[in-house]
Ligand binder design. Structure first.
Ligand SMILES: NC(=O)c1ccc[n+]([C@@H]2O[C@H](COP(=O)([O-])OP(=O)(O)OC[C@H]3O[C@@H](n4cnc5c(N)ncnc54)[C@H](OP(=O)(O)O)[C@@H]3O)[C@@H](O)[C@H]2O)c1
Length: 266
């Protein structure tokens, strides 16, 4: 990474899971709105994402890190703070799914999901919040999911991991608001990224991207809500937003059965 020399006037934002999917769209959206970026991902797509963002006229630093590992989260934080600039925005977005029947999935896969989707979010939020409080400013966006509002059979650990992030965001917000920091939760509905393919769910109804929400719309809604300091936003079209409302009243058993039909491998 190169130290920021001539961009001290632009706010700095960190986006995890920004090498593709919703995270890259969030990073693009923030770049278009004049933010310099630290973008992270596991693969070499992270470097090309940063390169592309620089073409939008901002500074973009790529950090490749496997955030399922404690040391990689620490290294990401170190590489962010070494820039010597105040972090205005943190988008904790990286996450994975694991599809299939719980009994069939290797335990290591489930635990790795929890390491990334839950532990790394708490870990990074700790570093970010402790850094932001003395400055009395900062905005945090956490990507949860519509899956936080229902049981998710055949993605058995995924939904609970997103429910954790949703309630974590709700709790943290109540604490840090008095320090001038906002926490926004983004709850995307099914979105047209590589997410379900990466989760091994190509042979489910979620495997088909054609009917899903546009990741650019989801990212724009997330960034709008983040910059407005809103508590939470459902990412997606009207039907997605309506589904979340309806989920408040439907019994868990019914929601579980519906999700099972979508997520069960064929
Ligand atoms: N797509 C959906 O339907 C949907 C719906 C609701 C919520 N979400 C949430 O949205 C977030 C983004 O998902 P997406 O749809 O954009 O999925 P995606 O296209 O698969 O992108 C996932 C991103 O996370 C990164 N990542 C994966 N494992 C990582 C690890 N161990 N360490 C560091 N980075 C890692 C990936 O980096 P590399 O590719 O470089 O490895 C990539 O940048 C997730 O938190 C997910 O739970 C998605």
């Amino acid at each position: 990474m190169t130290p920021a020399a001539n961009s001290a006037h632009r706010p700095l934002a960190l986006v995890t899971g920004a090498s593709g999917g919703i995270g890259l769209e969030i990073a693009r959206e923030l770049a278009r709105r004049g933010h310099d970026l630290v973008v992270t991902g596991r693969s070499d797509r992270t470097d090309s994402a940063a390169e592309e963002l620089r073409r939008l006229g901002v500074e973009a630093h790529a950090v490749r890190a496997d955030l399922a590992h404690y040391d990689d989260v620490e290294q990401l934080w170190q590489q962010t703070t070494v820039l010597g600039r105040p972090l205005e925005i943190a988008v904790l977005n990286a996450g994975v799914g694991v599809g299939g029947a719980f009994a069939d999935i290797d335990l290591a896969e489930d635990l790795k999901l929890i390491d990334l989707n839950v532990k790394s979010v708490v870990h990074l939020a700790k570093r970010v919040v402790v850094d932001m409080i003395p400055r009395r400013r900062g905005r945090i966006l956490m990507t949860s999911s519509v899956s936080a509002t229902l049981p998710t059979p055949y993605e058995t650990t995924y939904g609970p991991s997103r429910a954790f992030v949703y309630m974590f965001a709700e709790a943290l917000r109540a604490e840090v608001l008095e320090h001038g920091i906002t926490v926004t939760a983004l709850l995307p509905g099914a979105t047209d990224s590589d997410f379900h393919a990466n989760a091994g769910m190509g042979n489910t109804r979620f495997g088909d991207n054609s009917w899903k929400n546009d990741k650019r719309l989801v990212a724009r809604q997330g960034v709008d809500a983040l910059l407005a300091g809103k508590d939470a936003v459902v990412g997606g079209d009207r039907a997605t937003k309506f589904a979340v409302l309806r989920n408040r009243f439907l019994p868990e058993r019914l929601k579980a059965a519906k999700h099972a039909r979508m997520a069960r491998p064929s």
